[in-house]
Design a protein around this ligand. Structure first.
Ligand code: A3P
Length: 324
């Protein structure tokens, strides 16, 4: 019989079980013995039951704001670095463990009739996210927002450009999206970050490998922008929220912003900040053509997938697949 100091033992263990190097957190409260000794202030009963997973630039902040207006829903506390997004399942925050995540869902955050929710738009296309999310939140409802992937890519480019990203500052959108594999790495990386999240069917299939279709709700992001009250009405029904509230009374189109905003007192509105609903020049025709062709196989697969699931095919998707 041989032994070794704890670190050496751990090294040995993971040499034998490399598959366990990446943790997968389950819900500790599933075990009655854990429940008996679990901290009252970090009760896993307050874990989110709704996840808005993005992708980025589809209107996810607007949706988060609208959901937070509902009396039956409680958003997580904000993160000091990433604001309302916790980005737990998709990056190194996951390795900080469940205790870290639970800090943002204190028992005092919601009353017993409220449902906690979280929105991190980086979840949608995160390779490991559906598996990790399902391990912890197997009964969660998953909300996905889709807009034209070409528009999403352009919005993302404008977003990081305005954040001073040097590659986005130095190269045009067209150069980035058409970069080939012999291009410098930073250019290829940015190309991938512009284009990859828009391969919607691929990412959706990964979610469907973990969650059953009835747990997934797909929102048409163009509709969310144009008719948010109607979208919120359908979403409330999907989430089985009570009371059903009339978002026509809570949201109003603000002509100055060009978007729907929250009604505050009287005629006043509170809109999202300058970084949401940016003003930028329209996409060049040649980029629009390139992207339409680029996304055709992905959009075709998405359309088939939505039909298979019995979900409506958004108008923007029909437009993208038309010959015009
Ligand atoms: P643009 O700034 O490119 O117009 P996200 O919050 O996921 O990053 O998405 C940002 C996008 O949300 C904005 O992209 C904007 O078009 C869209 N959006 C939809 N409804 C909105 C609203 N009510 N207010 C502001 N932006 C909204």
């Amino acid at each position: 019989l041989a032994s070794a100091p704890p670190l050496a033992l751990a090294d040995k263990y993971f040499q034998l079980r490399p598959d366990e190097l990446n943790p997968l957190w389950g819900n500790p409260c599933d075990d009655v013995r854990h429940r008996r000794i679990w901290s009252r202030s970090k009760w896993c009963g307050s874990l989110p039951r709704v996840l808005v997973v993005g992708p980025q630039k589809t209107g996810s902040t607007a949706l988060h704001t609208f959901l937070a207006l509902h009396p039956a829903l409680a958003p997580n506390l904000p993160s000091p670095s990433t604001y309302e997004e916790l980005q737990f399942f998709n990056n190194n925050n996951y390795l900080k463990g469940l205790d870290w995540y639970l800090n943002f869902f204190p028992a005092s955050l919601s009353n017993s009739s409220q449902i906690s929710f979280e929105k991190s738009a980086t979840y949608f296309d995160g390779e490991l996210v559906p598996r990790r999310a399902h391990a912890l939140l197997p009964t969660a409802k998953i909300i996905i927002i889709l807009i034209s992937p070409s528009k999403r890519a352009y919005s993302w480019y404008q977003h990081i450009r305005s954040h001073g990203d040097p590659v986005a500052k130095n190269y045009t959108f067209h150069t980035i999206i058409t970069a080939n594999d012999s291009a410098p790495k930073p250019l290829k990386d940015l190309r991938n970050r512009c284009l990859n999240p828009g391969k919607y069917s691929h990412h959706l299939e990964r979610w469907l490998a973990e969650y059953s279709a009835h747990q997934l709700h797909v929102i048409d992001g163009s509709l969310l922008r144009a008719e948010p009250a109607a979208v919120m009405n359908t979403l409330q029904k999907f989430l089985k929220l009570t009371p059903l509230i009339d978002y026509n009374k809570l949201l109003k189109y603000d002509p100055k912003k060009g978007f729907f905003c929250q009604v505050t007192s009287g005629e006043k509105t509170k809109c999202l900040g300058k970084s949401k609903g940016r003003i930028y020049p329209p996409m060049e025709e040649r980029s629009a053509k390139f992207l339409k062709r680029y996304y055709t196989p992905h959009n075709t697969a998405l359309s088939k997938l939505l039909v298979r699931l019995g979900r409506p095919v958004p108008q923007w998707l029909k437009d993208e697949l038309s010959n015009g």
